[in-house]
Design a protein around this ligand. Structure first.
Ligand code: RP5
Length: 163
């Protein structure tokens, strides 16, 4: 079975953030592949990955990077698939550099940009599942169950003083 979503990141050091996207894909039953692909260290690999992504059956790409984070934008330049960009928190600027690098794409080549860090990676996984769910009934059912469970947890325990 072909993967439905590709998860790429600029460095192995991005994994502690990006694993949260992969956890969501696993939980929601989305077939996926995971790979380090660097825009500046392996530009040829990035071009090849993005150019062949649609042909290989991917329906969306999640791309995480930190600092001068050009990976999502360069991936988006080479594919018409939706690219979901996750700004990884950097040491020097706490991810503001990553966020602005990813979100400020010039008009014409969009990157759907998530929040900095774990929340952004988690939401990228959910958003990618929502894209896949447009054509995959099993993933749609798992998404519905996930949202219902999230709602139930809040409604069942509204007292902030209790765990
Ligand atoms: C980016 O540079 C990566 O996405 C990573 O967030 C950052 C630092 O990379 P390493 O120096 O840890 O490999 O390309």
């Amino acid at each position: 079975m072909q993967p439905q979503v590709g998860v790429i990141m600029g460095s192995k050091s991005d994994w502690p953030t990006m694993e949260h996207a992969v956890q969501m894909l696993e939980q929601l039953g989305v077939r996926h592949e995971v790979k380090v692909v660097s825009a500046h260290r392996t530009p040829d690999l990035l071009f090849d990955y993005a150019k062949t992504a649609k042909m290989r059956g991917l329906q969306a790409i999640i791309a995480g990077a930190g600092g001068a984070a050009h990976l999502p934008g360069m991936a988006a330049s080479q594919t018409a698939l939706p690219v979901l960009g996750v700004p990884v928190e950097s040491k020097a600027l706490k991810g503001m550099d990553s966020l602005l690098s990813i979100v400020q794409m010039p008009g014409g080549v969009p990157v759907a940009t998530l929040a900095i860090g774990k929340a952004g990676a988690t939401n990228a996984g959910i958003l990618a599942a929502q894209i896949v769910a447009l054509q995959d009934e099993e993933v749609a059912k798992k998404l519905d169950a996930f949202r219902a469970e999230q709602t139930r947890k809040v409604l069942d325990n509204p007292d902030p003083r209790e765990d």
